[in-house]
Design a protein. Sequence first.
Lengths: 517, 381
Amino acid sequence: MTDAALTDDAPERPAIELRGIVKRFPGVVANDGVNLAVRPGTIHAIVGENGAGKSTLMKTLYGAHRPDEGEILLHGEAVTFKSPRDAISRGIGMVFQHFMLADNLTVWENIVLGDEPGSKAFLDRKRARRTLVELGARYGLRVNPDAYVSDLGVGDKQRVEILKVLFRGAQIIILDEPTAVLVPQEVDALFASLRSLTAEGVTVIFISHKLDEVRAVADDITVIRAGRTVGEVQPGDVTARQLAEMMVGRELPRPEPRTDAPSETVELLLGDVCIAGPGELDILDHVSITVRRGEVVGIAGVEGNGQSELLDAIMGLRPLKSGMISVGGNSLDGLSTRDRRDVGVGYIPEDRHKDGVVLPAPLWENVMLGHQGSKPFSVRGWINRIAARAAAKKIIAEYDVRTPGCDVAAIALSGGNQQKLIVGREMTAGPCVLIAAHPTRGVDVGAQSAIWDYIRVARTEGLAVLLISADLEELLALSDTLLVMLRGAIVATLDPKTVTIAELGAYMTGAAETEAA
Amino acid sequence: MIKRISSVLLAPAIAILTSVIVASLALIVSGHSPLAALRAMIEYVATTDSLVTILNRAAPLYVVALGVAIGFKMNLFNIGADGQYRLAALIAAGASSAFSLPRVLHITAVILIAIIVGALWALIPGVLKVTRNVNEVISTIMLNYVATGLSAYLLVNYLRNESLPNVAETKTVPESAQLPSLNGFIENFGFHFPRLTVLNGFLPIAILVGILFYLLIWRTRFGFDLRITGASPAAARSSGVSPKGMIIKTIMISGGLAGLAATGFLLTDFTKYNETFPLGLPFTGIAVALLGRNHPGGIAVAAFAWMGIEQASRGLLPEKIPPEISKILLGTLLISSVISFEVVRRRNLTQTIKQAAGAIPGGRSSSDPPHVGSTSAGAPA
């Protein structure tokens, strides 16, 4: 405190500062000299591609692991965090991308869990609720303390997570990709909350790769690339495009407008498909979709509105209650998943690690996955290893899968390379219909544009694509027709060339319905 | 190549070393000389008679272990080999004397009966799992007790040798259904067996099953489906594998192999089913499948080693060393091999990940660093 008084004109001391942080994992240097200085009471964004080392950096800050080199200064004082508990006790709180809440407890119970006020034996409910209501009012984070977490929407759950760290006395809050799970309206609400937090003196560190959002909310932006800090900028000084170039280190390919038109031949047809839910309501409610040759039909919607069930229905992983699905004019009724694959349905599953690859298996075996029943991979029940290896090598080369060879287990590859392998596998099989769920989720910008290009090329060559994605940019970039799914039903058919993000958001949340009514 | 071989042999080497040290310590503590014990064991086992005995016992053990291993390959735990083996032995024994056929056909028929009985008994937990989602570990263990009771009932009431009123045993398997010894065949090559030493005819069957097992698991589409179902059930399902069909087929193969193993004794040394029939074998098979890493080559080595150590321990009695030391040896061998294989597997995985990262220009990962298990963040308290 004294030396700050000595130098009146010295710049404000950072709330938290990182100097030369290096963190290595087996085979990768996740952080390789990161410097960061966060002014108190500001929103500081950290942007970078997937895998640039953002999350590793945050874990360092939060005490989840210790850096191999470098130091952390908290209000100018060097600190070492042995565990997240240390970080919390020094006023640093983290809000994870995936919520860690107990659904069967109420909001206030979740917030005090692990840090209960009162004596050792008794919980002071009154004090807990009072503190919570005060905190909520002070920071503009309103939630009903007595609601069950299972009844809350995603935005409310996030507010509960933020309240949880505030309740523990956090003055520095780290948010890891907080907008990934939110619809546009909820994002605005979150940003308003973050501003009232900083107005009260809280420092916010905001990790994201959504550049428009970062420019909208941050006071300062630090860009990291390949584990290194490449610059600190003010949001007013850069465009989203310039930021993207700093992140990627090269120019982004511009999406090219399409010149040809899709054909009239219907490849994939869903007619009034219903799937029974656990309760009274159907999970899929009379869904009708038409995808023509050479057309990409995109499905937007907040996750959990029936998209997974729609995928299951098409792939034959879940029985229909009513309705019909056909491919190329032939009904899929009664066909197994394998039969559907064989009639030419390619499938990029939504969960890569669970459904898309077999992690401990080598790449040449992963390349057969889903196509093990057909030539060239098997003939009369016998696996053709030579053909499988040749196919794997071809996919590795053509789809730029970075790997030492095709005998490596899939687990050794990064997420983006695994995804490129999956896309390559499905494309190479020559499908007539491609069901692509979140084809670029968790993939870096370079791989993303490559995968988009593959889909565009295949579409031009006549592939019918049903694209389910949570990434609006992806949907707008690829789709010829855009459908919106809400509560298991298709609620809107939009033209991606004219639709605005605000319109989409309104349909996705159901706000458009209430306006119309 | 040398690197690859050394990485394959590293884990068993660690396991053997550990178990030998533990067994030696146990001997020293109980006042015996480990070296004397080792010498006695080696001297006892290094005779043609001992080696033939080991082969005779290891062959059925090998087959039952393959049956357990095929289940393990897709995370299906058939603990019911005991019941499948027991019923197959009893019913095949009873049936063998009920009809007569020329030799080759008679042997084939009895073996098929044993396989079918084992497969059908294994079908019960399979159907329970597929239709009612009953955990197969529980149902197979319970069915072992049912099989014990059922076999006693069948033996006493239907399959007993009526001419021996006070003995609960089946009739002897007719000569035409017994597997011929291999002595004659091998003596063609100029090797001579000591008197009373008989190498059983089940050995070639066991070797054939091992080769078929390898081809089935690693060279056929069925085997591919089976392995991916074991490694990632969701991915297998999305790829078009029917999980229910795989469960039924695999557990029936598993049970069929348990049944086949029973004929390894029934049609050779024990030509009837009675209380002396070797019943402990299937449980040993589980241990041997684990020890052999579910690979036909590994299981062959494990089955031979297991029976070898058991045989060698008989040489300890004259030296006044408790032969139970072999149990300590086998137990620590099993535990330390499970641990050392896992440690070596993780080490190799880390190396592969390093190599894969090295394949990326600039030496950086293009996406999240792959997690090896220790890098995940702690949840907020």
